[in-house]
Design a protein around this ligand. Sequence first.
Ligand code: FAD
Length: 550
Amino acid sequence: MNFEFSYQNRPRIVDTLKSQKFDLLIIGGGITGAGIALDAASRGLKTALIEKNDFAFGTSSRSTKLVHGGLRYLKQLEFGLVREVGSERAVVHRLAPHLVIPEKMLLPLYEKRGFGSVLTSFGLMLYDRLAGVRKEDRRKMLTRRQTLRQEPLLREADVKGGAIYAEYRTDDSRLTIEIVKSAFKQGAWPCSYAEAMAFNYSADGRVKGVTAIDHFTGGTLDIEADAVVNAAGPWVDELREIDKSKHGKRLHLTKGVHIVVSHDRFPVHQAIYFNVDDGRMIFAIPRGATTYIGTTDTNYDGSKDNVTATLEDVNYLLSAVNNTFKPGKLKVEDVMSSWAGLRPLIHEDGKSASELSRKDEIFESPSGLISIAGGKLTGYRKMAERVVDLVCEKFFEEREIEDSRTGEILLEEPGFANYHEVAKYIGSVARELNMLGGDQRFASYLVHTYGRATTGILHDLRNNFKSADNSSLVSAELDYSLHNEMTLSPADFLIRRTGMLFFDIERLRQSLDQVMGIFKERFHWSEDKMAIERSLIEDSIKFASHFKNQ
Ligand code: FAD
């Protein structure tokens, strides 16, 4: 597109959705829908995408935030899945090295929990081989002493050794928004706050578009398209029901909770993946001034629009940590924030939440609606390729459409060659922040969040604020985000563009009035509208940090 992905250009996007006919319309702006939009637009299909809330509002902002191969799926003998997502890690890292960051994972081994060292060593070797991990990054087995030196916080009692292996960490909602932005650059028309309410059909019963509500303006949109893909994550079956095609396989939703504590309270030295007494495995991952811990895996049939952690979820995670790491014991009061997400898995009779396959599946309905569910954040590119291949085969057989090329489309231009370059850039940003009197610790946050666009944010600080104090930095970040990332509400900015709700809740509290003020001015909001938006944020803070019994 030759215009910016700015809030000011939303009316132009809406007008285009209303007035033009598309080859492909995608419902759902999580990572699956975003990936499909990028794949389709870059192959020349005229593509639209609608999302009923903000991009990444669903599961794609509530994962463990790892680009990983799913070590535990080896136990379920899912070799194909491990090979695909494992190999994708290096590809996605190459596409966005500032956002998909290499992270060594420590796996402690125990006398009484998990697998023994021979089986673990073999499993990790297989994991590395399936994923084609470079020799220098392959797993290393550790003695008991080496493991305890690597993570002195581990309770010594029954640790008998450990292993270190390669993974990547990311920010799921940032990854999703970067893919949406890339899709837009490739010519797609993504529109948030537009909810598909009904399908429109041709005389012979083929789905030919949708009627959607524009939650931003209150209007209605009729969007016409040859092919429609349902990538609505946990809501996939609701749309299949509207299409009267929810037969055969169905979704099985399981809830996963993460909690966040200050890194000072739980100062792990690195990411750890540890066994719990019930046979499950939990991650503890340091991020900035926090450590986050997750996840749970329980069947879920509550509201999909408001998924929260209960006291029981929180206590489960706290006792997993307290049984594995040395005192001082973490308590509920130490939990600063949390998030809860739904895995849109495919139901299999007789299987428990943790046993269900994480593989994606595509459903085709008699009306031509294509639905995709399951899968992993990490595998978004391959899932997208399969869906677009199918769309081309079913709908555009007569057209010459090139193969997927998303493996070559950097999510940021110009990109970084590798993480070494990212680290160098962080150093230069830290020096600049220092010169502007700002906190140098924000350097890695800014670069991991905005990549090279940090240069523009610093430029704004230098020219318009002459300082990098917290309030100037918030203004400059918000300005960038409004003009380049289709940020339409304080929640979009404070939760999904910056992750402040989860990883810097104090900064959120300090900045809330200022952020509300900027929205009021830019969007000409009335006092009533301000009250609604403020209460949305206050509710989000409450749900993230106050826990009720189930
Ligand atoms: P979603 O992100 O939920 O997107 C669907 C979107 O559709 C939503 O934003 C929703 O608002 C929208 N929508 C629904 N109905 C409509 C409608 N009518 N009109 C318009 N829009 C609509 N994977 C990994 O690779 N690594 C991990 O570390 C990892 N950890 C996980 C931890 C947990 C606890 C969970 C739950 C999952 C995890 N996953 C992980 C899996 C991964 O997060 C999901 O597979 C992925 O995010 C699913 O994305 P999606 O786009 O399919 O669904």
